[in-house]
Design a protein around this ligand. Structure first.
Ligand code: BG6
Length: 496
């Protein structure tokens, strides 16, 4: 058994139980944990949503999703066993009877231990409504005493600073902060967890990790899909609130933070907060927005919408370590490639001996998705006679080559962490609060219509200018990379 030692029997209650998130992420994640014997305790799942269906239909509702989105193959007998503890309530989240029904099912299914993990996967306006009703009906208690009651809160946490504060304030009146698990699924990605290890379990990077040796940092989170049927949500969000305020800021905070005193939630969060507080827009022209062609014809989108589906920004971290280092970030929908990656570009040597050669700077490339791994790029001499010819090569660590392809997905890791009560990979209120402050500074500049860009491009031309005007270029647009074969190009050999 590979089950987790301090896991206790629990009930997993999903509000928004038939939504996209439950189908694509939550239940496939649970299935993967189950089939890999990581959930070695009795548990039940209760879904709550508006649709009408029976308990059995609820379990069956996820079969296609598991087949499509789970990294482990669907096995009927395994899922049948897991699905036999699925329950469903069709109800209105504002009505008392929904919560009375929930209470009845809990009485029926729970044994002695009444540990409960609530997942708020509804539209955000229901977050406080659900928690208010759960406490009012005695289903969710305040405090960390046993049996444990924890609430996972999906993003977006608020729609601006004021609404996030209001939401947090209301939730804090009802439950303790330590019961709130504010999720940012990027923190559950394997490569993102590895940031901290790369930086603090190695001696070679940290001495260079500052404005004396780093020329700039780039973060790209590009997607090849559009807004799909999430037009209604996206109209309120746009790329800045949907991706930059949370995922990109989180990535940056882990890359830039000081060494924490300990590897626990509080120590790490304390360092992340210091970074997020210090992020500023770089002086001068610093934001580019874009909208993909055809966005305004998407379902539930205003035909005159000014919402951006692409945003790029030039940022700076105002502190001792990073002052003056430009940080270029960009994210968008319907771009050329699906890529999430961070590039740390080091300064060129102070004196170039090989004047006739175009020497590339050294880079550390951290690939998060779809490939996972690290590349270090450096220059070597080609084996020619006569003039020295210099060429860039890469040393790479490819996660898949070293550990195999079946890496747990972010939601698996995060659900399991919430079940055992480890908040390290969740975001604290302070992190969210300061991220909103940054996002608001950007949003204040959004008065004009964003320029249109072609689907399948790298966004509007202005985004290229944002970086080329500084004599630099986006890594993920201009350099041919060897993605086809992850083990090609100098993969570090597996250790014996
Ligand atoms: C979500 C955003 O948080 O992240 C989506 O709301 C986006 O718009 C998604 O598509 C991207 O996640 P990933 O893991 O596919 O990069």
């Amino acid at each position: 058994m590979t089950g987790v030692a301090n896991l206790k029997p629990f009930t997993f209650i999903i509000f928004g139980g038939t939504g996209d998130l439950a189908v694509r992420k939550l239940i496939p994640a649970l299935y993967n944990l189950y089939i890999e014997n990581k959930l070695n305790v009795p548990f039940s799942v209760i879904g709550i949503s508006r649709k009408q269906m029976s308990h059995q239909q609820y379990a069956d509702f996820f079969i296609d999703g598991i087949k499509k989105y789970s990294r482990n193959k669907y096995e009927e007998d395994v899922y049948k066993k897991m699905g036999s503890s699925f329950y469903y309530i069709s109800g209105d989240l504002q009505k008392d009877e929904t919560y009375e029904q929930l209470k009845n099912i809990l009485n029926e299914v729970e044994g002695k231990e009444k540990n409960r993990l609530f997942y708020l996967a509804t539209t955000p306006v229901f977050f406080p409504v659900v928690v208010e009703n759960l406490t009012k009906h005695g289903i969710l208690h305040k405090g960390t005493v046993e049996p444990w009651h924890r609430v996972i809160i999906e993003k977006p946490f608020g729609s601006d600073l004021a609404s996030a504060r209001k939401l947090n304030h209301r939730l804090e009146q009802l439950i303790d902060d330590s019961q709130m698990y504010r999720i940012d699924h990027y923190l559950g990605k394997e490569a993102v967890q590895n940031f901290i290890v790369l930086r603090f379990a190695n001696g070679i990077f940290e001495p260079l990790w500052n404005n004396k040796h780093i020329d700039h940092i780039q973060i790209t989170v590009s997607e090849t899909v559009g807004v799909g049927n999430r037009g209604k949500y996206y109209e309120q969000a746009g790329a800045t609130k949907d991706m930059l305020q949370n995922h990109i800021v989180q990535l940056l905070s882990l890359i830039a933070m000081e060494p924490p005193v300990n590897f626990d939630a509080q120590s790490i969060s304390a360092e992340k907060v210091k970074v997020i507080r210090a992020i500023r827009l770089f002086p001068g022209s610093n934001i580019v927005r874009g909208q993909y062609k055809g966005y305004t014809s998407e379902k539930d989108v205003d035909p005159g919408s000014k919402v951006e589906t692409f945003v790029a920004a030039k940022l700076e971290i105002h502190n001792w370590r990073w002052a003056g280092v430009p940080i270029y970030v960009r994210t968008g929908k319907y771009l050329k490639e699906k890529t999430t990656g961070v590039v740390i570009q080091f300064n060129k040597p102070p004196h170039i001996l090989y004047k006739h050669e175009n020497i590339e700077p050294n880079r550390l490339v951290i690939s998060i998705d779809p490939r996972t791994g690290f590349d270090i790029q450096f220059n070597i001499k080609e084996p020619t006679r006569g003039d020295v010819r210099i060429r860039e090569v890469r040393m790479n660590f490819c996660h898949e080559c070293e550990f195999g392809a079946n890496t747990p997905e972010a939601y698996e890791r995060l659900l399991l962490d919430a079940m055992i009560g480890d908040p390290t990979l969740f975001t604290s209120w302070e992190e969210i609060q300061y991220s909103w402050m940054l996002a608001e500074k950007m949003l204040q500049q959004y008065d004009k219509c964003p320029p249109l860009y072609n689907r399948g491009s790298w966004g509007p031309e202005e985004a290229d200018k944002l970086i080329t005007q500084d004599g630099r270029r986006w890594y993920y647009a201009n350099i041919r990379r060897n993605n086809a074969n992850p083990c090609g190009n100098g993969c570090i050999q597996k250790s014996e």
